[in-house]
Ligand binder design. Structure first.
Ligand code: SF4
Ligand code: SF3
Length: 554
């Protein structure tokens, strides 16, 4: 196995990356190898999806399947060998189907079809042991020693970035937003990466193309969420439990939360959000449910303690899932969609009665805890509505600077930087936040600046589009570029969604972004130097140094 896609990757004697029997996330060697084969198989499917497009043959089922199955290989999503190999076989079947359609169209047009190579010609072995022997062909670091580490690093930047975009495509699809054009561009890049490109400039260019593609996907995602559930509005959320039976919903999928709310109405069960589901409380079509009782727990790395103490049923709608056997709640956690853990019940379809029965069988919370409320819901519309007042305060000199402190959370102690940063930020500064990294500080008191809250929670990582829109609106108002605004981005990364959001920001020309708690393991010192030179991208240092540099730019 070799995997280096997330921030908690292990350093090994063979280089940075998880390469022993099990990854730091709990992914076994078998699952990791099968995931590589799945990605390779998907690259073959994309090859023929692109070829078929030359004849106007577009299969929406394949366009949906490829990003969805790619999402299954994202960190903390699917740990089930059988499901991963099942996706790979399906990918191969779709590839064959598209190949036949393409070759028939070629014959009809009197054209010679291409002779497939590499991923497009690869055939999966019959059983898991034989599949494991094929893994080196599909390994994400294939070519090590033959091409430079810089090229390998750029291939991984593109592959992992595209994986993040695939995850957002799947989130958008679930909300009813698809685009044949976006899917076409996705297949093109996916197939191109399957052919092991080795031109540095082309790879750098493609990483920017992935960022731009993802910007369109984030726009679709924003449209899907707001058309389905309304625009988020600033809303107070209780982060303490109340007495009664309970279901906890985690991950990013708001549609699943809606189904659960509908099916639990009138049952007496209270529904709580966890992790990236917190922003759900701000959507009109979700907050109208009285039994959407509050938010419980914090970010994913605390699951084994927090889920173990939750006296009800738990549903994981997307990432991040970690080993539920450690906290002994494997019998009352359920997975959805592409998520999976061996032995954990998986809900297909829209019927959550199993989850409801499980919640009824659990004790529930015995008493109401003293409420503690936090405010969420500063999505695109709410931010735009607040913009005139914010601009006024900037012009009056009451707001000196903005910080976007957002991104993923994780286990490393170095992540205490983000909490310390928000605490040290001067009182005349405003902090925008999004994604699960905010749980390090979102229950603290930040106060306000003449009525404008100093902490504005934009939402999930899926809502990065709102943050970009605010920056663009401020730049327009102040008649300057985004990089001239009194705004700095201090990001925390963990998985591949964060990689693609970073690529999107870079592709939009946003400069001087700070990233932590460490830099991605697949980026070589040379690549880091290039990214620093071209975009001013830099690692976080100390809170004191970084704040000083941001507030007193040269
Ligand atoms: Fe290691 Fe992260 Fe890959 Fe898991 S996802 S195997 S922790 S690099
Ligand atoms: Fe968190 Fe997994 Fe990335 Fe959506 S839930 S931000 S880490």
């Amino acid at each position: 196995m070799f995997c280096v896609q997330c921030e908690q990757t292990i350093s090994s004697p063979t280089g940075k990356g998880c390469s022993y029997a099990q990854g730091m996330c709990g992914k076994t060697e078998t699952v990791s190898d099968l995931q590589d084969l799945l990605v390779y198989a998907l690259q073959g499917t994309s090859f023929y999806a692109e070829k078929a497009r030359e004849f106007g043959i577009i299969d929406p089922v394949v366009d949906a399947f490829v990003p969805q199955a790619f999402f299954a290989t994202l960190t903390n999503v699917n740990f089930e060998a059988d499901r991963i190999s099942g996706y790979a076989r399906k990918a191969q079947a779709y590839r064959q189907q598209l190949r036949e359609q393409y070759e028939q169209a070629c014959a009809a047009a009197g054209r010679q079809p291409v002779v497939p190579e590499g991923a497009a010609a690869f055939r999966l072995a019959i059983d898991t042991p034989s599949l494991r022997t094929q893994a080196p062909i599909a390994a994400v670091n294939r070519g090590k020693g033959k091409v430079s580490d810089d090229i390998l690093g750029l291939r991984l930047l593109c592959l992992y970035g595209l994986k993040g975009a695939a995850a957002y495509m799947e989130h958008a699809r679930v909300l009813g937003q698809t685009s044949a054009e976006v899917a076409g561009e996705f297949h093109h890049i996916m197939a191109w990466l399957g052919a092991d490109p080795d031109d540095m400039q082309q790879l750098l260019g493609t990483s920017m193309a992935i960022g731009k593609l993802n910007y369109r996907v984030m726009e679709m995602l924003d449209r899907g969420e707001t058309e389905k559930f309304g625009h988020p509005e600033p809303t107070q959320v209780n982060v303490k439990p109340i007495a009664g039976k309970a279901i906890l919903v985690s991950g990013h999928d708001l549609c699943d939360l809606k189904l659960i709310l509908e099916q639990t109405e009138g049952t007496g069960i209270n529904v709580y959000t966890n992790g990236e589901m917190l922003p759900a409380h701000a959507y009109p079509e979700l907050k109208k449910f009285k039994h959407l009782a509050g938010n419980y727990g914090s970010a994913w790395q605390n699951q084994q303690k927090e889920f173990a103490a939750f006296p009800g049923a738990i549903v994981m709608t997307s990432n991040c899932l970690i080993d539920p056997n450690v906290g002994s709640y494997a019998d009352r956690i359920f997975t959805r969609s592409i998520v999976g853990w061996p032995g954990v019940a998986h809900i297909e379809g829209d019927d959550f009665s199993q989850v409801i029965a499980c919640a009824q069988s659990q004790p529930g919370f015995q008493y109401d805890e003293i409420p503690h409320k936090i405010t969420v819901g500063f999505g695109r519309n709410a931010l735009m509505a607040a913009a005139p007042a914010v601009i006024d305060q900037v012009k009056k000199g009451n707001i000196r600077h903005f910080f976007l402190v957002g991104g993923c959370d994780g286990d490393k102690s170095e992540r205490s930087y983000y909490e310390a940063f928000t605490q040290a930020a001067p009182k005349d500064t405003v902090i925008l936040t999004l994604a699960c990294g905010k749980f390090r500080f979102n229950k603290k008191q930040f106060g306000d600046i003449n009525g404008i809250p100093r902490l504005l929670d934009i939402g999930q990582c899926n809502d990065s589009y709102s943050a970009i829109q605010l920056a663009l609106a401020l730049a327009k108002e102040f008649d300057c570029g985004v990089n001239e605004l009194p705004l700095n981005l201090v990001l925390s990364w963990f998985e591949q969604k964060a990689i693609v959001v970073l690529l999107t920001l870079l592709s939009l020309g946003v400069k001087n972004i700070r990233v932590g708690p460490s830099v991605p393991g697949f980026l070589t010192p040379n690549l880091l130097a290039v990214l620093n030179q071209e975009f001013g991208l830099m690692p976080i240092t100390t809170v004191e140094n970084d704040l000083k540099a941001m507030l007193n730019p040269k």
